[in-house]
Ligand binder design. Sequence first.
Ligand SMILES: *Cc1c(COP(=O)(O)O)cnc(C)c1O
Length: 398
Amino acid sequence: MAAQIDGLLGIDPTACRWRPETVAVHGYQGREPRTGAVSYPIYQSATFAHPALNETTGYAYSRCGNPTVLELENTIAQLEGGIKALAFASGLAAVSTVLKSFVAGDHLIVSLDLYGGTYRLFNDVYTRYGVEFSFIDFTDLAAVEQAIRPNTRAFFVETPTNPTMSVVDLRATADLAHAHGALLVVDNTFLTPYFQRPFDHGADLVVYSGTKYLCGHNDVICGFAVIKDAALLERVFMDYMSEGAALAPFEAWLMLRSLKTLGVRLERQQRNALELCRHLKSHPHVTDVHYVGDSDHPQYDVSCRQTTGFGAMISFNVDTPERAHAVLERVELIAFAESLGGCESLVTYPLVQTHGSMPKGLRDRLGIGERFLRLSVGLEDAGDLIADLDHALASPGR
Ligand SMILES: *Cc1c(COP(=O)(O)O)cnc(C)c1O
């Protein structure tokens, strides 16, 4: 199958002489070669005609390969330093396809502190197919080592974790996984390749919710699996093609458009987050603030070693549950909504939203309680965001 062969080719990420900021702006090909279009065209076609028997244009059917989608995939692979990225209709579709690489009886050690949807996919779906999971705090590698079994095939981590913002030492974790013949899969949604490239620290697979920072405009649901080695590519590509959760061409074009501003968005969002963190830390109704760019963060040194930035996700506890509820009702500029990473600042209540499907015992252990809020800091004026939060926090909190 031509599309299959095309998809399996991948790119040579070392062949590019441009820096990532430039790749994000221009995309993998730069301009579309046939017409010179600076904005890569949307190939809104489900199928592609063959010139003759046993001949192909490189494309057959858009579930398995589409030129706009391929341009996006190659751009992500280049940014991440992988040979291939596969674009999916959601982040969870990407995670699910990667999970298909494992079979009944395989064991995975996964972050205790995971995006709630990923937790549900592992705990409620893949356990039905006999895949086993241990949920472990990866800031404690001795605990991870103790959880390793003869059938452990992979570690799956988020870093920083969602929503408690702890940081995993990627190099040490990769070394531990590899010493036991396991793969390291990293969900890099929070930092993107602009701030963190897990392959540089030993990871074997990188997954994304592209919906968040990579898209950045709260208008596309999208996901990626990024692969650095040919043997894994064959396995994951087979599942990708068979399952049919590929991203559509129009969404791929929106994502290419979004990537052009990835660097400027993240720099500005990070600057805003640093200001908000500083403000919240001194606020009388805020008891504790979690931001990886705060020099008091317990893994601040690890972040400085393995990332080039801290992102713009902050979580914090207010003094009373009533105040947390009041904040959600009283914010005006900041929207009370799920998701993160977009231009617009959002506040989330993990207890009932993103982490509602996590068992209470686990939530309690993580500190996801009634006073806990998560903030995705956007591109607005920092002073306006602070004024909005101050107004919301000033409510009677009893
Ligand atoms: C949102 C999110 C996901 C799931 O991605 P969707 O695009 O919503 O399917 C996975 N991991 C993290 C860290 C997320 O924030």
